[in-house]
Design a protein around this ligand. Sequence first.
Ligand code: NAD
Length: 295
Amino acid sequence: MQLLDGKQLAKTIRAELAEEVRKMTEAGKRAPHLAAVLVGDDPASQVYVRNKVRSCEKVGFQSSLIRKSADVSEEELLQIVQQLNEDDAVDGFIVQLPLPGHIDEEKVTLAIDSKKDVDGFHPANFGRMAQGLPCYLPATPSGVLEMMRRYDIDTEGKEVVVLGRSNIVGTPMSILLSRKAKPGNATVTLCHSRTKNLQEHIRRADILVAAIGIPEFVTADMVRDGAVVIDVGINRVDAPEREKGYRLCGDVDFEGVKDKVAMITPVPGGVGQLTVVSLLMNTLKAARGEVYGKE
Ligand code: NAD
């Protein structure tokens, strides 16, 4: 079994990004600038945003964090989005989800200029992705593709099963792997909570991408010998013996499955590491005008 080491890969890509930043600044350009908007004090969102800001620092990007309390009005948040849209010193920005219940997430997502939508959540970018046009890819599926590229995982003609159909992971993943591209050209089955005979589908997979958010749902008996398993899930489960009182695990029973498969991602240290790096890669593209051109 080969471990798909997201941590090491993320380190390599960060070094490449840092080198790009060095070249840009040497040529007299400013470093790429990512801004993040964080509303409220949801602990998971705080950790995600902190990681994004720290990763920017590691590669020499500029970053700005705009923090607002949970009672910020929708109007004020939309104004902040508008200011970021218009700020030439900001290449791309994200509004960390979820937002408090009184704010319409769809309205906020739609207000983000698709040229600065480095999360790739705007329907304009999603539609362009589906049609194979230049776009910002959503960070997590993009990280999975990068992992496939760098580990030389052949997807052409393979049976890929994607578990989960969320707009940020499962659905874009299924679209990307079925496109005429490399990685891509796979025969993709998208499974979800209403799928019948789920285990039969999973057992057929040459490549399994699990993104359902159920701890260790996929067990050894479900997985085909020699499969490639990409575990996107990040779940907290109680672990009273640990200092923090919990441990992180994926949607796949790693210990049970690892000896049966050809390749597998660990959790933590797998896909999660690449998600942040993909966001930085999108920000670099934005700074260079690679997707929508420079004005
Ligand atoms: P979500 O919660 O929005 O959706 C879950 C999906 O799983 C749904 O489409 C649902 O139909 C499907 N599902 C639920 N129960 C099922 C079952 N019993 N059988 C088959 N399908 C079932 O999911 P999400 O936001 O895509 O997140 C999925 C997991 O990935 C979570 O653990 C999340 O924390 C993790 N995640 C990780 C990263 C990363 O950077 N690695 C990024 C995003 C999400």
